[in-house]
Design a protein around this ligand. Structure first.
Ligand code: AVI
Length: 321
């Protein structure tokens, strides 16, 4: 049984990249800053919005295809989920699989993770629930399970793979393969939508929830690092970049202003943006190639008939069928 650890961080240490990003010619912040407790709550709200199609599309795909997925995964699998959050979709998965042996939710938000784990233990008493508090892009250890599993299924839903830069995405998928061991499978959600109107509606919703989610980054830096951002002096913008096939989340400075952070002074020109997140939209051929480069063969793809959102079921390159 493999219970490996991620040996190398995919992203820079937290301290390095905040100031470095704000001093760069194209100002940017690491997207993980979006997900403090307040940001995580706002993101949960986003997932319930009518305009934010990925969550409901993925849920409907899971409902439609879970029995087939469960059949392919087989009995007594261990499931690991990086960035599990409230683990809503996992419940569906665990309920559909044939006697899963254990579930390893991995998340930085310790309290939310423990709460989700307690709820899962109550609802699935026969499954060993082994939460791991960790930033899954950094080195972490997988716990040793009580019972040997027949296979490890990595569950990475929500199109979170789109928030990785392409080289990071490849390294991350490769790492998941190493951690999960030779008898592994992957169930991944990915979005390929390229319709600007649909995208802008989803990433700049009328209710302003995404705007609040984005602006929370500045409040977060004020709270945790003594930064002096005037949050109301920035506006949220979602920009579709067709050449890079990504939505870019921007915070645009309304005026010339100076912000202090960790002894440094950052100057903003009127209209100057800070890029806070990239949301890549992977065309199917791009995703297939990305998975292949990371050592995963595509075993099956489940596509929505409404929007170009897909669930990808992967297996090791070398596995014979
Ligand atoms: C978490 N992630 C998959 C979301 C996305 O769609 O890329 C983050 C998000 N950003 C703005 N809205 C949602």
């Amino acid at each position: 049984m493999s219970h490996g650890s991620a040996a190398r961080p995919l992203r820079k240490p937290f301290e390095d990249d905040v100031l470095e990003g704000l001093r760069a010619p194209r100002k940017h912040l690491p997207c993980r800053l979006l997900y403090d407790a307040c940001g995580a709550e706002l993101f949960e709200q986003i997932t319930t919005l009518d305009a934010y199609y990925p969550t409901r599309t993925e849920l409907s795909l899971l409902h439609q295809h879970l029995s087939q997925i469960a059949h392919q995964v087989g009995p007594e699998a261990r499931v690991i989920e990086p960035g599990s959050g409230a683990a809503v979709k996992t419940r569906l998965l665990l309920g559909a699989l044939d006697r899963p042996s254990s579930f390893v939710p991995i998340d930085v938000a310790h309290d939310q993770l423990q709460l989700a784990a307690a709820r899962l233990r109550a609802d699935f008493p026969q499954i060993e629930i082994q939460p791991v508090t960790a930033d899954y892009t950094r080195p972490f250890e997988l716990p040793v399970p009580r019972h040997e599993a027949r296979r490890t299924l990595v569950f990475f839903p929500g199109s979170t793979i789109g928030n990785f830069e392409p080289s990071e995405a490849r390294a991350f998928l490769e790492l998941l393969g190493e951690i999960a061991g030779p008898d592994r499978m992957l169930l991944l959600g990915a979005d390929a939508t390229r319709d600007p109107a649909l995208l802008i509606r989803a990433y700049d919703d009328e209710q302003g929830v995404t705007a609040a989610f984005n602006k929370n980054v500045l409040a977060h830096l004020n709270r945790t690092r003594g930064a002096t951002f005037d949050v109301d002096a920035f506006v949220h913008a979602a920009i579709w970049n067709p050449a890079a096939s990504r939505i870019e989340m921007h915070l645009v400075s309304k005026r010339r202003q100076i912000v202090r952070l960790q002894g440094a002074t950052i100057t903003f020109a009127p209209g100057e943006p800070i890029v806070t997140e990239h949301c890549y939209k992977h065309a199917p051929e791009t995703m297939r190639a990305l998975l292949g480069a990371a050592g995963w063969r595509t075993r099956q793809v489940f596509a929505s008939s409404h929007v170009p959102y897909r669930l990808w079921l992967g297996e090791p390159m070398s596995r014979s069928r």
